[in-house]
Design a protein around this ligand. Structure first.
Ligand code: HEM
Length: 394
């Protein structure tokens, strides 16, 4: 603990600007499955830190051996999806997966484009300088999730504040749990209203089409987790991606000049996802039986934590993995996880980034940071890495 009573950033979360911390690189090189005693997720304890791409893939793919459910995590996460294993997880995933197919997401693109254009108009009329996080990166994914789920957009600031508190590792656990409870209560009221009058949006559709397969409690938990997972991650990807591009003007210029069907838009998004890997946590599993990871013995009940930012830069994936190269042939990155729990919203997140980033660069050809990148306020003690603010001029 620090003198202020906040937990020290554990090795697991350490980053140096946009790069994984030095200890993580050392671990990957010297001891890729390392026993660590540290603060992580919600408590201080021992765990196996897994840092190589191939080992992370294996742990996440093998849900027979490595379970998602963990009683400690139940304190802070709803029991659905991200804290569940087969068969409950499989049943819910089957109900939700059709809502997030590439085809479904294509249907959402006009709505995403309209939201992007509206926010850029707002920035233009307010004028330079601005905080890109509050003017663009934070509202966009929240507006998209409101539209998708059928959540009133007027509630955006409230649910974003609660999400920020709930994921902030530097805050006392009671405060984080209270924010979680408020989110749950908010969603319970919303779901009750939809049950009386189901609308055409996702929550309303689930009620109409899957009433027998999904209980009320599950519906509240699923809606709660979708809202949380669907905005914090994308917001911080937009913030960090903009920062990464503004500090590499030649790559920003290439994306700015790209026609809508230029393949560089897709490769840029994949490369930015690989390079920045905003998801700091959630990739924790519990061994169900004695096993080994890359020859290191792991006992039943041991906690295993996969570190994505460093796994995505594993030299085994190719040369120059520390560099950002938006034209790179996509590398099989782990930013959306892997296996049974691979991100349900991956196609949606990719679409938001493909629309938002080129539009932002095109609208403001002179977009620039107001100061040195090393002075920016990074969210070190956060389950989703990113920036508290990103001051820009144009
Ligand atoms: C850049 C943006 C995003 C990133 C980096 C990201 C990352 C992740 C990761 C790493 C996981 C797997 C966790 C694990 O295996 O322990 C995950 C799962 C999940 N994500 Fe995302 N996510 C993003 C956007 C979204 C969006 C937009 C949505 C919602 C529409 C979403 C909904 C979910 C859900 C529901 C799960 C749980 C899936 C399951 O357990 O079966 N995510 N995400």
């Amino acid at each position: 603990m620090t003198e202020q009573g906040t937990p020290l950033t554990s090795v697991f979360y350490r980053r140096d600007g946009l790069d994984p911390g030095a200890e993580l690189r050392d671990a990957q090189r010297e001891e890729p499955v390392r026993r660590v005693q540290d603060f992580w997720l919600y408590t201080t304890g021992e765990y196996w830190l897994v840092t190589r791409h191939a080992d992370v893939r294996r742990v996440l793919a093998d849900s027979e051996t490595f379970a998602m459910h963990d009683p400690a995590r139940s304190r802070i996460l709803p029991p659905e999806l991200l804290n569940a294993d087969a068969p409950e997880h499989t049943r819910l995933r089957h109900v939700l997966a059709p809502e997030f197919t590439v085809k479904r997401v294509r249907g959402l693109e006009p709505m995403i484009t309209a939201a992007v254009d509206g926010l850029l108009d707002g920035m233009e009329s307010t004028g330079s300088p601005a905080d890109l996080m509050s003017a663009f990166a934070l509202p966009l994914p929240a507006m998209v999730m409101c539209d998708l789920l059928g959540v009133p957009v007027e509630d955006r600031e409230d649910f974003q504040r609660r999400a920020r508190i709930s994921l902030d590792l530097s805050l006392p656990m009671e405060q984080r749990l209270a924010a979680n409870q408020q989110s749950h209560d908010y969603m319970a009221v919303l779901v009750e209203g939809k049950r009386r009058e189901p609308d055409e949006r996702l929550i309303g559709r689930l009620i109409r089409e899957h009433d027998d397969a999904v209980s009320d409690d599950e519906l509240v938990g699923v809606a709660d987790i979708l809202l949380l997972a669907g905005h914090e991650t994308v917001s911080n990807m937009i913030g960090l991606a903009t920062l990464a591009l503004l500090t590499r003007p030649e790559q920003a210029a290439r994306l700015r000049a790209a026609a809508p069907d230029d393949p560089v838009i897709g490769t840029a998004v994949e490369e930015l996802l690989r390079h920045l890997a905003v998801s700091s946590t959630a990739l924790a599993r519990t061994a169900r039986r004695d096993t080994d990871i890359a020859g290191v013995a792991v006992k039943a009940g041991d906690q295993v934590v996969c570190q994505l930012p460093v796994a995505n830069r594993d030299p085994a994936l190719g040369v120059g993995m520390d560099d950002l190269d938006i034209g790179r042939e996509p590398v099989s990155h782990l930013t959306f996880g892997h296996g049974a729990h691979r991100c349900l919203g991956a196609s949606l997140a990719q679409a938001e980034l493909r629309i938002a980033l080129p539009a932002l660069l095109r609208r403001f050809p002179l977009l620039a940071l107001t100061g040195p990148p090393e002075d920016l306020p990074y969210r070190h003690n956060h389950e989703v890495y990113g920036l508290y603010s990103l001051p820009v001029t144009w």
